[in-house]
Design a binder for this molecule. Sequence first.
Ligand code: CP3
Length: 365
Amino acid sequence: MHPATAVTPEEPAVATTGGSRFVRACLRRPVDRTPVWFLRQAGRYMPEYMAVRQHHSLLDICRTPEIAAEVTITAAERLGVDAAIIFADLLLPFTPMGLDFEFVAGEGPQVHTPVRSLEHVAAIRTDRADELTYVARSIERVAAYFAAPRADGDTLGIIGFCGAPFTLASYMIEGGSSRNYIETKKMMYSDSAGWPLLMEKLVTVLAAFAAQQVEAGADVIQIFDSWAGALSVADYRQYCLAWTTELVQRVKALGVPVIYFGVDTASLLPAMRETTADVIGLDWRVPLDIGWKAVGEGCAVQGNLDPITLFAPGDVLELRVRAVLAAAGRRPGHIFNLGHGIVPGTPVESVVRVVELVKEYGRHG
Ligand code: CP3
């Protein structure tokens, strides 16, 4: 049997529905229609989210399962997407690892004491991942809410997530967002004890965090390596690939597909595929068919509309959505998404319109 149509024994090879079309696509099984969801689908562009944000900080929302679940559910239902990504943040594991941080309005995250020495790496804790179980409690609520199939018979997919070791290390070491990653690369190149120790500690905590999310009902785990594109292929291979692969394999061993996503990764795609992730997220700079060729047919892909296309007039938006679908060519294993997150100011109607277009033009068979 061709691996793209591999199915479990109890499932007939012809089935294109049943369960979740999102999960099926992650596994490159046939689907009735291309599934669609959006990076940052619950965010500041959405009035419903901003209404909640008026009364709660970002971290309060993340750490309060009732509110995090509500925000997750509201966005998924408002948009009519096929998957809900749990409302949380990449940096949440920093707290149990012993690093204090805050989100400063307009400036993004700030780590109070950035990690710059082997001594500091050695002091990072890996034994308190159980303090993150509030995310699992949010997932349980979302999974219970979406347990029954929707009107079209499809069950909404629940996505848990965590950061990849490199991207999280970059926030730990820089202390926040960065343009050139100088401190991160300095440690990477020069601290032959500190860098591997930091990567290893991150993998330990992230694997435990992902396991909590899967146990709580996440169908798929997305690993965000948002800033891996700052690395040359040689540096990615030398300083990141082994640890990221270890994380991917530990998550896959939990029995769920893994989506591995980064931005500006065109040259890294073949190496990213070596992590053995089931799905590779493509940013919009690489044409989808070329990106898919780079990762190989044995892998599913997610993407890759430019999020700023959501500001274009309707006719341009429609052309671009149809071009992404055409590049995927109805091959099993495409999940429609943006090439990166929805930005503040994006018209909600445009996002809803994309869902409608994928429902109209993404039918298979
Ligand atoms: O629907 C969703 O996707 C929301 C859940 C979500 C958030 N953060 C909530 C959030 C997810 C999946 C993330 C992941 C995340 N967090 C990433 C990777 C995603 C990517 O874009 O590649 C990163 C790099 C972070 C770290 C982070 N969190 C930054 C750099 C910022 C500041 C961004 C800014 O523009 O200020 C955040 C804040 C954040 N996390 C917001 C949201 C909705 C916006 C700020 C707010 O609501 O106050």
